[in-house]
Design a protein around this ligand. Structure first.
Ligand code: AMP
Ligand code: GLY
Length: 419
């Protein structure tokens, strides 16, 4: 069987690498991928994620059994609908099902309608109304651009003034373009954040180990929000009862709701949750795997990944098994300056072998050699599994100390909350 993965980051590297380990898989293509992936035997296809008809043509010509869609913007652009219309199978939600991610207002409506616990909120396209709401509710309060904004459209405001300024930026100054034409303003929730992922087809779902991302750029959760600087799974201090409660009060009703709305969900559902004093509540839904969470969840999968996805697509009961001991932890290495401006073209350390996996995100071969150079904000990630969080940290940080990371940076406290 030959498979195609759409996307180019560390998430897609880990999905494709895991698929290639599957028994019946001879070849995995990644479009457009990045050069670092080829070190793991993956084949790159030089087609962008928005070129649906070229991707479809490639999948047909190469007998692709099914295509795994990585990024949110491809899903929001209806890539799954286009593939399906061409008679091709994909693992990912339709545009209408992916609206759970691409419109925060839609996600909120679904949650309210189907009784899923989440922060109280209001949606506004008029600045004066938004301002009045903020003034009435008081601070702290959270202001979010309605649409996709690469994780940057959220302002957790500590004062009313900050919140009003954020609403002004989004609604009047158009700082987030169309995604900020409407804002969702919501109650500040206090508690520990974690992510819960599930493979889904309709009302059938298969929960993955819990994960915790580190979204801020610098140690101690300081600095700007990023795509994610490191993660670990499972979260050792979250009791199984919290997972069970999240499944009952969040995963089950939202999937039922999506069916009732005529938008049955297929693909990976990502629930960003916060454990409040009143139990787990939803911060956001994403309609795809997380990056960097995928890179620390998939190494824990002990069953045949491609077979699992094939079975889920065919509505057969998959046999999904996970490593049930130890912790998998990963640290992202990014270009200095990320998430703002950064340089490209810095030489990268050699790929690690053995029990530390290197996943590449922004990496590219030099013009005349196979030396890898940096080519993006997040560049690569080191991932390992050990008995405890501190043992995993030690392995990764020892390795990073040996690497020349000039011009790059990473956080030194990934997994720290679990200690
Ligand atoms: P999001 O892009 O929706 O995941 O939000 C980015 C980050 O903002 C989250 O990871 C949280 O740390 C924070 N956040 C979002 N919504 C809330 C909320 N209602 N209460 C507290 N923190 C929040
Ligand atoms: N790690 C956060 C995300 O994938 O959205």
């Amino acid at each position: 069987m030959k498979l195609l993965v759409v996307g180019s980051g560390g998430r897609e590297h880990s999905i494709a690498k895991k698929l290639l380990e599957s028994k019946d898989v001879e070849q995995v293509f990644v479009a457009p991928g990045n050069d670092g992936m080829t070190l793991d035997g993956l084949d790159l296809v030089n087609i962008g994620i928005s070129e649906h008809s070229k991707l479809i043509e490639f999948a047909k010509e190469n007998d692709i059994a099914w295509t795994f869609i990585g990024p949110d913007d491809a899903l929001a652009a209806g890539i799954v609908d286009d593939f399906n219309q061409a008679g091709l199978k994909t693992f990912g939600p339709s545009r209408l099902a992916a609206e759970l991610e691409w419109s925060k207002d839609f996600a909120k409506e679904i949650m309210v309608k189907y009784g899923v616990p989440t922060a109280a909120y209001g949606t506004f396209s008029d600045f004066e109304e938004a301002k009045a709401y903020i003034e009435k509710q008081g601070a702290p309060i959270v202001v979010k651009a309605d649409g996709l904004a690469l994780g940057k459209g959220v302002v957790v405001a500590e004062t009313v003034e900050q919140a009003v300024e954020a609403a002004h930026d989004m609604l009047l100054d158009n700082k987030f373009g169309d995604s900020g034409a409407r804002v969702v303003i919501e109650e500040f929730l206090d508690g520990e954040e974690f992510s819960l992922f599930a493979f889904v087809n309709g009302d059938k779902f298969y929960i993955m180990p819990t994960a915790q991302d580190h979204k801020r750029a610098y140690d101690g959760d300081k600095g700007p929000n990023t795509g994610g600087m490191g993660a670990y799974a499972p979260v050792p201090h979250l009791p199984q009862s919290v997972v069970d409660q999240s499944v009952e009060s969040i995963i089950k009703p939202v999937l039922k709701g999506m069916i009732a709305e005529g938008r049955p969900y297929l693909g990976v559902l990502y629930a960003g949750l916060i454990l409040t004093a009143d139990g787990p509540k939803v911060i956001e839904f994403n309609s795809r795997f997380g990056d960097p969470e995928t890179q620390i969840i998939l190494p824990r999968l002990t069953s045949d990944f491609a077979q699992n996805i094939t079975d889920i697509l065919d509505k057969k009961e998959p046999v999904i098994t996970w490593l049930d001991e130890g912790v998998t932890l990963g640290v992202v290495v990014a270009s200095e300056g990320y998430p703002l401006d950064y340089e490209k073209g810095l030489p990268l350390p050699k790929k690690t072998d053995g029990d530390i996996i290197t996943y590449y995100a922004g990496a590219k071969f030099a013009e005349n050699s196979r030396a890898l150079l940096s080519n993006g904000g997040r560049v690569y990630m080191l991932v390992t599994t050990a008995d405890t969080v501190s043992a995993a940290q030690e392995k990764i940080y020892d390795q990073l100390k040996k690497q020349d990371t000039t011009g790059l940076f990473y956080r030194h406290d990934i997994g720290g909350k679990a200690l």
